[in-house]
Design a binder for this molecule. Structure first.
Ligand code: ATP
Length: 434
């Protein structure tokens, strides 16, 4: 991608309607972003692809969707009230706040060289109050991970669906962390979306299932086009592990700002179920019919970020290509991820019959594939615009089409064109997209 890779992607996102700064007209809210028309399609397509691979294509994972607001005792039992913090230091002069991990010199402000306070723990959970009275008894948290919603439903799932070990629960949803140093566009924000699986296993098979999931999740990114040389697995050192984890491997992507975590796959042991059983007084053990034993399963957790995936897929897809004397920007997104599959144009927008035929074709295709109609520019410009947002095929209707009922299809990646009869269009796209 060359230099300024992030700037190029951020600029494309705003220019073409993928991602905007939040509350833009008020100058933006720092490190908060809104997804525009193409961005939401890309994000939904990523979540859909994730759901397909992890729920529909497997026999051992069930989907669910828990509430963001949960009983405050959940976060006491899970250890988040006590342990979910970063160490921060404040500058006594400029008042800026820093994450202890990011500081080379723990005593001096990296911005103004002022004196730093001693590092203090800073809990990352957002607090709010439920109901009209703001008092301690009504304190609740915005969830910092979706995982707990699945742990506290473990008994409900057993009682309603009777799954046998090993089995998993999957959900996507918003999580909130009051990060000290958010940044790098949508990589680290305070409000973000996760895609998490909690996979319940016999303790004896935890190690092998952890390995299986690391490979399965790694391959998922590759299957959607992430370049192999830009993806790696990084096992955690003992000192990096979260308070609940026995082992963890991150899947990292080679972002323009360096290798960084896309997803973590952890062995959470039986920590969470044990804690919730103890705190709630409910028996959350699994009963094994064959051995007549009751025990707490271990949990393998592949936990990925939707927004980080959006960023990785955008960077991975961004290409600048020399076409004769021009440079074309093209997002070579995987077919399942492209926000729009087909765009239809009339070659001449002042010929009513051509416009009407093009609109009719677009309308017809819309029933099967995400399709858009555009007649707001000359053909070259329309192609470029679609290339920039990753549209897979452009269909052009011209004078000839009125006579022979054929149109020109242009392929995003090869830019090759072919004539095809209008009645064959759906069949053509079906073979390409399904
Ligand atoms: P990091 O070390 O980058 O802070 P983490 O190890 O704390 O991440 P986890 O608790 O493992 O993250 O969360 C699982 C996933 O959720 C991460 O792999 C990431 O994709 C996503 N995620 C976590 N925090 C954020 C955030 N602040 N902004 C965007 N995505 C996030």
């Amino acid at each position: 991608m060359g230099e300024n890779a992030m700037e190029k992607v951020v600029s494309l996102c705003k220019r073409r309607g993928f991602i905007f700064p939040s509350s833009d007209i008020y100058g933006g809210l720092a490190n908060t972003w809104d997804y525009g028309p193409f961005g939401i399609e890309l994000k939904n397509n990523i979540k859909r692809a994730w759901w397909k691979a992890n729920v529909y294509e497997r026999n051992d994972v069930l989907g669910m969707d828990a509430a963001i607001l949960m009983h405050p005792k959940v976060w006491e039992a899970s250890g988040h009230v006590e342990n979910f913090y970063d160490l921060k230091s404040d500058c006594k002069s400029c008042k800026k706040r820093f994450k202890e991990d990011d500081l080379k010199d723990k005593k001096k402000c990296p911005e103004c060289a002022g004196e730093l306070t001693e590092a203090r723990p800073f809990n990352l959970m957002f607090k709010t109050h439920q109901g009209p009275v703001e008092e301690a008894a009504n304190l609740i948290y915005l969830r910092p991970e979706t995982a707990q919603g699945m742990f506290v439903n473990f008994a409900n799932i057993l009682d309603s669906r009777h799954p046998k070990l090993p089995f998993g629960l999957a959900q996507t949803g918003k999580a909130f962390r009051n990060e000290i140093t958010p940044g790098n566009f949508i990589f680290r924000t305070r409000e973000f979306e996760q895609m998490e699986i909690e996979y319940f296993v016999r303790p004896s098979e935890a190690d092998s299932k952890l390995e299986e999931w690391i490979h399965y999740r790694f391959d998922w990114y590759l299957s959607l086009g992430i370049k192999k040389e830009d993806l790696r697995k990084r096992p955690h050192g003992k000192d990096e592990l979260a308070h609940y984890a026995l082992a963890c491997t991150d899947i990292e992507y080679n972002f323009p700002f360096g290798w960084s975590e896309l997803e973590g796959i952890a062995n959470r042991t039986d920590f969470d179920l044990r804690q919730h059983a103890h705190a709630s007084g409910k028996d959350l053990r699994y009963f094994d019919d064959a051995t007549k034993e009751r025990f707490f399963p271990y949990i393998i957790e592949p936990s990925g970020g939707v927004d980080r995936s959006v960023l990785a897929f955008l960077i991975n897809a961004y290409n600048e290509e020399k076409v004769r004397d021009d440079t074309r920007v093209v997002l070579k997104l995987h077919k399942d991820l492209s926000p729009t599959k087909v765009a239809v144009f009339p070659l001449l927008k002042n010929r009513a019959e051509i416009v009407s035929l093009a609109k009719k074709i677009a309308q017809d295709l819309k029933k099967c594939f995400v399709t858009m109609y555009d007649d707001t520019g000359a053909i070259g410009k329309l192609y470029r615009r679609q290339d920039e947002v990753g549209t897979l095929y452009c269909v052009t209707v011209d004078v000839q089409s009125l006579e022979d009922q054929q149109v020109t299809i242009r392929d995003r990646d090869t830019m090759l064109q072919e004539r095809i009869s209008i009645e064959k269009l759906k069949e053509f796209f079906n073979t390409k997209f399904n």
